[in-house]
Design a protein around this ligand. Structure first.
Ligand code: G1P
Length: 293
């Protein structure tokens, strides 16, 4: 039985939705409370049993490499000041896993970013985790997909239900059969035009894929938004071998756009031991004063 030990995290996107914050800083480094978003993703991968991660970076993404590297001066400084708790947090980021990097030289889309990591993956099944979706779940989202893969040896794509009005923002599945949380899929459609989506089940940035996907990525034509789309290659894979969708358990946070990012920050702060009371009080005060802005 094959299992999944390698993961790709595409992080080459330009982050235009967060400009000017992302002019000189990768969007993956924007923090939710005190951790950059990409660290939540790396932690999920490791908690799911992934041993090697390749981050596909692009221009201006050096801060990601520095974050997962040792920071000798900072560690020394914290040690001298006896700030051991902080020291642990800083070291934790660099001790996380075997993290490798490759650069996507042109921003040609998600499908192309995944294709850039093909030599690192070789002939093994692998995971893809997108940084715009953080998932909080009892069993890590990717772990749920890997366990599905272990049962079927078929590629499996994480999905969740979204409101009709949002389907055009996602890859959407056209399901033909359901067994518990697992769906058989007739078609995967990237960003269907409003009113044309075949269902409300949207791809949520977690994938386990068989390596045959690279054959299709290699020759994939430009799709929605003028980019090489992973969803289009998945659809072609689905035509030669089974590709399932899995409606995973857990709450998904959309940190890829401003409102989602703010909501996530507030909710995570309310779940943060040291912050929750003060944040709650601040919000109550804001509401009492009818939010004077
Ligand atoms: C990507 C995928 C899309 C998926 C989405 C989830 O789109 O192409 O299929 O539904 O991530 O966040 P993006 O948001 O990068 O345009």
């Amino acid at each position: 039985m094959k299992t999944v030990k390698k993961a790709i995290i595409p992080a080459a996107g330009l982050g235009t939705r967060f400009l000017p914050a992302t002019k000189a800083m990768p969007k993956e480094m924007l923090p939710i409370v005190d951790k950059p978003t990409i660290q939540y993703i790396v932690e999920e991968a490791i908690e799911s049993g992934i041993e090697d991660i390749i981050i596909v970076t692009g221009k201006g993404k050096r801060a990601i490499e520095d974050h997962f590297d040792h920071a000798f001066e900072l560690e020394q400084n914290l040690m001298e000041k006896q700030k051991f708790e902080l020291l642990e947090k800083v070291k934790h980021a660099s001790d996380l896993a075997n993290i490798h990097y490759i650069r996507q030289k042109e921003p040609k889309g998600l499908g192309h970013a995944v294709w850039c990591a093909r030599k690192f993956i070789g002939d093994e099944p692998f995971a893809v985790l997108l940084g715009d979706d953080i998932v909080q779940a009892e069993k890590p989202c990717l772990r749920q997909l890997i366990e599905e893969y272990e049962q079927t040896q078929a590629s499996v794509i994480g999905v969740q239900t979204v409101p009709e009005s949002e389907t055009h923002r996602y890859g959407i599945i056209d399901p033909i059969g359901q067994n518990g949380r697992r769906y058989q899929v007739r078609q995967f459609v990237e960003k269907p035009k409003q009113g044309t989506a075949p269902s409300n089940l949207a791809i949520m940035g977690r994938y386990v894929l068989n390596p045959e996907i690279f054959m299709f990525l290699e020759e994939q034509q430009i799709g929605a938004g003028g980019e090489i789309q992973l969803t289009d290659a998945i659809q072609r894979l689905n035509e030669i071998q089974r590709v399932f969708a899995y409606d995973f358990e857990g709450k998904r946070y959309d940190v890829g756009e401003k409102l989602g990012f703010i909501k996530t920050t507030v909710e995570f702060a309310l779940n943060h031991e040291d912050l929750k009371e003060d944040v709650m009080k601040f919000m109550e005060d804001l509401l009492k004063n009818k939010i004077e802005v």
